[in-house]
Design a protein around this ligand. Structure first.
Ligand code: COA
Length: 453
């Protein structure tokens, strides 16, 4: 038996990389080629294999350490110190965002040359790619970490998912991408709480004291009169969590304005009369969607999302509209509203609203919006403060139009006025742009021919 130093081999273009996973512990028996630690650069994660078979004597690195080629990983008691086993080239995974060139590892001895590069997949790596990753050996149990491929670990880290709390459904309890997605969904729906979340909630009494606020009042309502307790619908719980996050995280400002829709409403009523037999009812909301598309084209930052230090400006116009359903608020999406006419939008909207009320919307019908409209026009009210539907940066609230006396320079004339409430993210948009957006929207609604200009 001889003591062998296992060093970080050639890791290609990377200078220093961080140790993100220890896959063995002292006393473990490892085979040649078996992965010992996982390291990660900003572009890829890689598993560092053992050049020898033997028993781990001492681990020389810790999680978070920076290592580079030649760094000592661990010492191994090995019977075959003199002749390291050759290692076959590992297959790099293919679902990478940034192409990372894999060092040529075919057929060379492993001594200090082989790292199995594992290209890190983006948010949703293809399952086929994870299957190509080298599997951990049964003896290579990470210290309290479950089996999972580096891309799944990276995905979990990006979402802040504690991997050791995720139940693995793969062979030998291996955690898969689908497991991480399922866990995330359960946490978002409130069905499951992470240990950290539970501890925080416990520490704060689950009542917002973690934000430095005074505790939520605990009242025995029965002291004041009869009460009834009802479970909150699942959809309402999910939308509540989203609304809460959006309200807390986005610096909202709301600009209110009025649009003169006298002529547009007359046109809408006449159109519906002419097309009575078609069975399609043209609604004010369909015109609003078209008018918003025109305004979004003129003010593109309203059709964007924040991504770190960058603004993602969308060149598509998918407009979500809030629909009131017995189960709570849902937001179906009219895709490519810029390419559709008023009749098509009206028809799609009626179908989507019906599906929403029946709880039959598919995920695809509720995702991808770049801007949202919330219309309370059929109900009433004057103005309100709609909450932005993140990651969008603005939302238009609309209330019930009503006849008002409007000064035309000489006299007051009765005009049908539509109240508009535009909420916007102050990190992206400023007040002047929001005022201009509303003014332009009002001009279009007052005279739809402007859309052609
Ligand atoms: N001013 C005056 N009347 C209006 C109006 C407005 N801004 N918008 C709609 N109406 C009228 C319609 O013309 C219709 O009248 P009619 O029956 O005489 O023809 C009536 O109100 C009902 O319209 P509605 O069926 O609601 O159609 P819509 O296209 O305006 O809205 C939905 C469709 C799905 C958006 C709507 O039914 C809904 O669910 N709204 C609630 C959204 C919500 O809850 N938002 C709050 C989020 S915080």
């Amino acid at each position: 038996m001889a003591l062998v130093d296992i060093l970080v081999p050639d890791i290609g273009d990377f200078d220093e990389v961080s140790v993100i996973e220890l896959m063995v512990k002292p006393g473990d028996t490892v085979k040649a080629e078996q992965s010992l630690i996982t390291v990660e650069s900003d572009k890829a994660s890689m598993e560092i294999p053992s050049s020898h078979a033997g028993v781990v004597k001492e681990i020389k690195v810790q999680l978070g350490d920076k290592v580079k080629q030649g760094s000592l990983v661990l010492t191994l008691e090995s019977a075959s110190a003199a002749s390291p086993a050759p290692v076959a080239a590992a297959t790099p995974a293919v679902a990478a965002v940034a192409p990372v060139s894999a060092p040529n590892v075919a057929a060379a001895p492993v001594s200090s040359a082989q790292v199995a590069p594992v290209l890190v997949a983006p948010a949703a790596p293809a399952p086929a790619a994870t299957a190509a990753l080298p599997a951990h050996e049964p003896t290579a149990l990470a210290l309290n970490l479950p089996h999972a491929s580096p891309s799944v670990r990276k995905f979990a880290r990006e979402l802040g998912v504690p991997l050791n709390e995720v139940k693995g459904s793969g062979p030998k309890g291996r955690v898969t991408l689908i497991d991480v997605q399922g866990f995330t969904r359960s946490v978002m729906s409130g069905a499951v709480q992470t240990q950290a979340g539970a501890a925080q909630a416990k520490a704060s009494g689950g009542d917002g004291a973690g934000l430095g606020l005074i505790a939520w009042p605990k009242v025995d309502f029965a002291k004041f009169g009869p009460t009834e307790r009802k479970d909150i619908a699942r959809i309402k719980k999910i939308s509540a969590a989203n609304l809460h996050r959006n309200w807390v995280m986005i610096p909202h400002v709301t600009n209110h304005d009025d649009a003169d829709i006298t002529d547009l409403e007359a046109f809408r009523v006449a159109t519906n009369k002419e097309n009575e037999k078609s069975g399609i009812k043209v609604t004010m909301l369909a015109f609003l969607i078209k008018a918003c598309v025109a305004a979004l084209k003129k003010f593109p930052e309203f059709n964007s999302s924040l991504d770190g230090d960058q603004l993602v400006l969308k060149q598509y116009f998918h407009i979500g509209f809030a629909a009131d359903t017995p189960n709570g608020l849902m937001v179906p999406v009219i895709k490519d509203a810029d390419k559709k006419g008023i009749f098509q939008i009206s028809q799609e909207m009626a179908e989507l609203a019906k599906k929403a009320r029946e709880g039959k919307l598919s995920p695809a019908e509720m995702t991808g919006a770049s801007f949202t409209i919330s219309s309370l026009g059929g109900i009433g009210g004057r103005y309100f403060t709609p909450i932005i539907n993140a990651p969008e940066v603005a939302i238009l609230g609309v209330c019930k139009s009503q006849m008002e006396p409007v000064w035309d320079g000489k006299t007051f004339v009765p005009r049908l006025m539509l109240p508009l409430s535009l909420s916007w993210d102050h990190r992206v948009i400023d007040g002047a742009a929001a005022a201009r957006f509303n003014v332009y929207l009002g001009q279009i609604l007052a005279d739809f021919r402007r859309v052609l200009l």
